[in-house]
Ligand binder design. Structure first.
Ligand SMILES: Nc1ncnc2c1ncn2[C@@H]1O[C@H](COP(=O)(O)OP(=O)(O)OP(=O)(O)O)[C@@H](O)[C@H]1O
Ligand SMILES: [Mg+2]
Length: 217
């Protein structure tokens, strides 16, 4: 469903991706692992259409993301993709509940369905009690769980997550991974995540190891 072929990307003289390829199928949870600086985040961002590679292509349902114009790529991202960034980027003025509601509003989901979905996610991720607080008024781990809930809200076709359990204790890491695995099995979402945590990688369906900007199966 989503494949990256021979991606190359350099930041000046630093080669971040050197012919990296990877494929992700629907309903599959794939974990990118590897040393710091090996290109994991760069690979994830290219596959998500957030970074433009210097060479290679990224196909989503047969469409090459690198060939789309910016508005079409943004539309596709809003509708079909969900993102969890390494540092939870919630909208600071909105409560956790409103943050999670946002992608549903942007995608025109009706009020009732929106409410039901948000309450379900708040409960699933264990942040109901903090739902009315703004991100600055909750712990880092609670904000990260809200960011995961927000990325899952509209049941994207692909969910990208850079270290989604990085700020969490092991118990809440399990909560997040359970939620992502459930999204993959119930909604057939492909989940592409980057992790340093062997426990998280161990629960993924498949692991891709990055090394010096290349992906090894
Ligand atoms: N904005 C940038 N400008 C310059 N170099 C960058 C930039 N972002 C990443 N790099 C470099 O590209 C290479 C790959 O970086 P990337 O962030 O993809 O690694 P990573 O595997 O995600 O590492 P980590 O595990 O530390 O998050 C590294 O050498 C890094 O220093
Ligand atoms: Mg990274």
């Amino acid at each position: 469903m989503l494949s990256a072929e021979n991606l190359t990307l350099s930041y000046g003289s630093t080669v971040a991706l050197a012919n990296a390829s990877a494929t992700v199928h629907r309903g599959e949870v794939v974990a990118f692992v590897g040393p710091s600086g090996s290109g994991k985040s760069t690979m994830l961002y290219c596959m998500a259409g957030l970074l433009h590679p210097d060479g290679g292509k990224v196909s989503f349902d047969g469409v090459d993301l690198t060939k789309l114009d910016d508005p079409s790529r943004s539309d596709l991202r809003r509708r079909d993709f969900g993102f969890v960034f390494q540092f939870a980027e919630l909208v600071p003025e909105l409560s956790l509940r409103e943050n999670i509601m946002l992608p549903l509003e942007l995608n025109g989901v009706g009020r009732r369905d929106r409410r039901a979905r948000v309450e379900e996610l708040l409960q699933q991720l264990g942040i109901e009690e903090q739902a009315d607080r703004r991100p600055a008024k909750v712990s880092g781990g609670q904000a990260q769980r809200a960011a995961v809930a927000r990325a899952m809200a509209h049941r994207p076709r692909v969910l990208f997550a850079d270290e989604p359990t990085g700020a969490l204790d092991s118990q809440n890491g399990v909560v997040v991974l359970d939620a992502l695995l459930k999204l993959a099995s119930v909604d057939d979402t492909a989940v592409v995540l980057v992790t340093h945590d062997p426990q998280v990688a161990g629960r993924a369906h498949r692991t891709v190891r990055m090394h010096d900007g290349m992906a090894q199966l």
